[in-house]
Design a binder for this molecule. Sequence first.
Ligand SMILES: [Zn+2]
Length: 239
Amino acid sequence: MIMVFSGAGLSAESGIRTFRDHDGLWEEYDVMQVCSTQGWEADRELVTQFYNARRQDLKDKEANRAHITLAELEKKYPNKIYNLTQNVDNLLEKAGCKNVIHLHGTLTDLRCESCGHVWDIGYEKQNNHDACPVCESDLVRHNVVMFGEAAPAYQHIYEAIANCKILIAIGTSGQVIDIVPIATEFHHSILINPKREEYMTSFGSNGKYIDEYFEHFIQKNAGDSMDEMMSIIEEFMDV
Ligand SMILES: [Zn+2]
């Protein structure tokens, strides 16, 4: 089985930005104000506005060649792919992927803090007075994991490591989830990233690059790497 593990670099060519990119939407906000549990407790209104803006921004974004290729991969090897993403956008789904595990939640859903119910609101704005459709609680929030809280979907990482022989990591810098200890569990692995990233351990740099822990490194944007990725996967699947 194949574990696909993607990050911001997968969606960058679709125009999805992150805090590290410094574009308009993000410069208005401080990351800890809008992406941490402290920020959420301090000002729910501000955080809700932030996610409303991101949700609206997602509406006209389209899947790129990399998302589409991953959907083709899923069709080519049915029930053989663990598709794990750190991205909260829905571009893998827009491309036709059926089984996406969102490690950090989903922008197009809301969640009830009282009963845990999660529901799809598409690209709509969350109104602060919206109540949960199941329990009617008004403790409703965005469905994105914040700094300072648990990410229950991480259990799928361990499940995928246990079940997969091949790792494909796309557009992840390894700064949020450390990809290196994951990569060392695999005999076959591919890393796709446009630039080399220094490996930072909790003690600082160890003088190595993340790509050195992978069997193959394709140093290109996600979209430009797909033919090469597919031919390496075919070789892996043959043996
Ligand atoms: Zn509820």
